[in-house]
Design a protein around this ligand. Sequence first.
Ligand code: PBG
Length: 324
Amino acid sequence: MILQRRPRILRTSPAIRSMVAETILTPNDFIVPLFIDEGKNVQTEIPSMPNYYRRSLDLTVKEVKELWSMGIKSVLLFIKCRDELKDNTGKEAWNQNGLMQRSIKAIKDAVPGMYVMTDVALDPYSSFGHDGIVENGEIVNDPTVEALVKMSISHAEAGVDMVAPSDMMDGRIGAIRKGLEENGFTRVGIMAYSAKYASCFYGPFRDALDSAPGFGDKKTYQMDYANRTEAVKEALLDVEEGADIVMVKPGLPYLDIVREVKNAVNVPVSVYNISGEYAMIKAAAKMGWINEEKAILETLTSIKRAGGDLIATYFAKDAARLIS
Ligand code: PBG
């Protein structure tokens, strides 16, 4: 054959392949979700998330130091609230001495350079396991937004770098931005979970925090996975209201949404490679059906290729090790 173009030329050796690689993962891409528990020297493996742990604050601080030494720059904090502190107002969420607030302080004290983000939503604190306040079986928007503003300000007071509202209430980004401004927190950022879908893949996470909804589902606030245009609408609204970063979540089954949002906004896009995505790779690897390390790198690269500037992932440590 006499061919004008031979695309395989750019794939002939590892050298040329790496020279023309369009997407390169670095530890700067990763945000590490951390599950924090009360107590001392406590480390509990999440049953549906093998090799992932919920840790007491002392061990969490140790972990954060290790992450920092591996070149990882950001953590995203979640806490497991004690049952007796849960109620329908979620008020433990803005307790200045709450586990979250103590965690922010301890981590920033131990590793000041680490960029600390916090999940903002009422579900870990809610006796109903919902992201908002419940009235007559309904998750009410505006009172919930007021609670989220209080929660965000309390995180800011504790020294957080960026709050990450994951609740999907209307108008919360604008309200949180206003609250931060009015209280002088002009350096605190907002990473909005803008396109967060009602997904079955959150299951393992809800095991980790014991935060599964006590009744119904989250479909009146999280998005319908049939929709794409709606994701762009949500992302644009959040940018308008003051989001510094917008997020798409879940990751892998939503790469079309990632690209769509990436093309629509002028802020960085983050993607949450969530608990169910982690569990699926772990399970298949355990069965010997896929190569875990290769699956991790291929997954994270595909998310970045789709348009994810940042990736929240339980594989961050593994990936940082694999790419170093
Ligand atoms: C809570 C929240 C959830 C996740 C992050 N923040 C669960 C949910 O909305 O039910 C899921 C993360 C994961 O599955 O890894 N608002």
